[in-house]
Design a protein around this ligand. Structure first.
Ligand code: G3H
Ligand code: 13P
Ligand code: ZN
Length: 320
């Protein structure tokens, strides 16, 4: 059993408390590889932002769970070398079983999400409460989810949004004991969040209604990439074929971050930044074959993207 506190990580409790009262959100960035992790840490140290490093079960399969956990341990030492010790959370993204959550706690995660949103309400409550009971023994914080995001989450695909029902949140939080709640208010995973012609907007009215029911309770937004059109343009002008890629407008995320939304999940925008940078190198230097020569620019682009998010969208810069 590895205790996250022994390897320099923190859980989300104190970070969320400050974020809710301070009107900003903590960035939750997914990582699968070295360059993503380096970019996240460099950006968060440079902007003095706390950070949540997110690992999905897909990431664990891709990169190896042991390597990822040592990378996170390395992260706590690396930020010191970078010159500023920011709080780092290691978080399981979209955990779907009790066993997976338990395995993450045992290997040094400081926070887990148990996503029972595809189950019936009763089953979601039962599974989430079981994970909370286990995690709290080790002071690991737990994120639950109510409502269903449209799009694909690992193997689960939902055709349409099922918005979180404000009438359910209080009961869910009370029965499960979760530390934070992910809600569905029109965000979705991936790079195609709206159809062309559709107004890209999230349901801030449902968010306000939820806040009324559980005042000050930490709320999480998944599927919050903004899909910067300049990145889509670079991808498409360098051999890519991304059609109708549309994300959540940044000003709406800024508004949400000022409310009880205290964790904003971003993965797809990082994927776009990396892909754009790599495609550009491949177009401009077709004879290049040293991975550092295309992964390096990808890392630079990622760092710039994350700094922008922390400063201009989430408001987490300077809060570490
Ligand atoms: O919510 C999904 C995250 O973007 C993680 O994606 O399951 O492909 O690693 P993944
Ligand atoms: P995006 O696909 O919008 O980046 O969302 C990521 C996410 O919610 C990870 O859990
Ligand atoms: Zn998600």
């Amino acid at each position: 059993m590895i205790n996250y506190k022994d390897i320099g990580l923190v859980n989300t409790r104190e970070l969320f408390r400050k974020a809710v009262t301070g009107g900003y959100a903590i960035p939750a960035y997914n990582f699968n590889n070295l360059e993503q992790l380096q970019a996240i840490l460099m950006a968060c140290v440079e902007t003095k932002s706390p950070v949540i490093l997110q690992v999905s079960s897909g990431a664990r399969k891709y990169a190896n769970q042991t390597l990822l956990r040592y990378m996170a341990e390395g992260a706590t030492k690396y930020v010191k070398e970078l010159g500023y010790e920011i709080p780092i959370v290691l978080h399981l993204d979209h955990g779907d079983t009790f066993e997976l959550a338990k395995s993450c706690v045992e290997t040094g995660f400081s926070s887990v999400m148990i996503d029972g949103s595809h189950h019936s309400y009763e089953k979601n409550v039962e599974l989430t409460a079981k994970v909370v009971e286990y995690c709290h023994k080790y002071d690991v914080t737990v994120e639950g989810e109510l409502g269903v995001l449209a799009g694909v989450e690992d193997e689960v695909k939902a055709e349409a949004h099922v918005y979180t029902q404000p009438g359910e949140v209080e009961d869910f939080v009370k029965k499960t004991g979760v530390d934070s709640l992910a809600i569905a208010i029109g965000t979705s995973h991936g790079a195609h969040k709206f159809k062309p012609g559709q107004k890209p907007e999230i349901k801030l009215d449902i968010l306000a209604e939820i806040e009324k029911r559980i005042p000050g309770f930490p709320i999480v937004l998944h599927g919050s990439s903004s899909v910067p059109q300049e990145l889509v343009k670079i991808i498409n002008s360098n051999g890519g074929k991304m059609k109708d890629a549309i994300g959540i407008p940044e000003d709406q995320l800024r508004l949400a971050a000022k409310s009880a939304v205290c964790k904003i999940n971003i993965d797809s925008d990082g994927r776009l930044a990396m892909t754009a940078a790599i495609r550009k190198v491949f177009t401009e230097k077709p004879d290049e074959f040293d991975p550092r020569k295309y992964l390096g620019p990808a890392r630079d682009a990622l760092k710039e993207l994350y700094m922008h998010k922390n400063i201009n969208v989430l408001g987490s810069a300077g809060k570490a």
